[in-house]
Design a protein around this ligand. Structure first.
Ligand SMILES: Nc1ncnc2c1ncn2[C@@H]1O[C@H](COP(=O)(O)OP(=O)(O)OP(=O)(O)O)[C@@H](O)[C@H]1O
Length: 255
């Protein structure tokens, strides 16, 4: 593995509608570096540019100022193949089975289907859904559908997984269970994960680091190292150190 960070953002700026009547500065100054295999939580108020940042990294939108580098001297990065995304809604195709939903990116990227099918079964096992391969999305709970979305994000073995409020639509208990599942999947897969959330305790529970963004104008306020041991457990939320991290984040957000 390279000593060079996997993602390097320096003074990144994003202006929507540049050159038009109403340009809007969605990001004014974002500087952050992320190593391979890190799970970084990104927290910040609504509208502070979290999704914009993910879109820049996935090559879906441009940036106007600063520099963005993804990949390093030992690990190349091609945004069209090396990104897996998970959104707040699972966005499954109702007419396709669970297995065929997981296979969708493999089809789009024209991967050889026989090994992809095998890999899809392994991933469904990894996310705790073996035995559900031939069901349809409507037969699954919200939490199960998000597990399918995670398996789908992993099928093409991307180097970077970006998750945008993936558990925001789940009830509190399912969300906590999914947090633990995600930690297990992260440790098993070794992937670099960026995890956007509004939940401060979720950010602390998951992240090896927390990038705190503030708005007006949107910028990166701080990146906090979270020195809590892995595997993380829910009872850590009652520990003094956990409380200290959440207080620090609330403080940075001015709350
Ligand atoms: N295509 C666009 N054109 C103009 N403005 C946009 C566009 N997309 C986003 N914005 C604006 O940029 C700002 C940042 O949006 P973004 O979706 O990145 O924020 P966010 O932090 O992800 O918000 P939330 O937490 O509510 O999802 C918002 O004020 C939004 O209105």
């Amino acid at each position: 593995m390279s000593n060079q960070a996997f993602i390097e953002l320096e003074n990144v700026q994003k202006v929507y509608g540049q050159g038009g009547k109403n340009p809007y500065m969605a990001l004014s100054d974002v500087t952050l570096s992320i190593n391979e295999g890190e799970l970084v939580s990104i927290v910040g108020p609504s509208g502070c540019g979290k999704s914009t940042l993910l879109m820049i990294l996935s090559g879906l939108t441009s940036h106007e100022g600063g520099t963005v580098r993804v990949g390093n001297e030992t690990t190349s990065f091609d945004a069209t193949r090396d990104v897996g995304m998970v959104f707040q809604q699972a966005l499954l195709l109702n007419w396709r089975t669970i297995l065929d939903n997981v296979l969708l990116p493999a089809e789009i990227l024209q991967m050889p289907m026989k090994p992809a099918r095998e890999r899809a079964r392994e991933l469904l096992d990894l996310v705790g859904l073996s035995g559900h391969e031939n069901k349809y999305p409507k037969q699954l709970s919200g939490g199960q559908r998000q597990r399918v979305a995670i398996a789908r994000a992993l099928i093409h073995d991307p180097k970077l997984i970006m998750m945008d409020e993936p558990f925001g639509a789940l009830d509190a208990l399912t969300r906590e269970k999914m947090n633990l599942e995600l930690l297990r999947i992260w440790e098993a897969s070794g992937k670099t994960i960026l995890f956007v959330t509004h939940g401060i305790s979720e950010a602390v529970l998951l992240g090896s680091r927390i990038a705190v963004m503030t708005s007006g104008p949107a910028r990166m306020a701080a990146a906090i190292d979270v020195d809590l041991p892995y595997p993380r457990t829910l009872d850590m939320k009652t520990h003094e150190a956990f409380g200290a991290y959440t207080r620090q984040v609330y403080g940075l957000l001015g709350m």
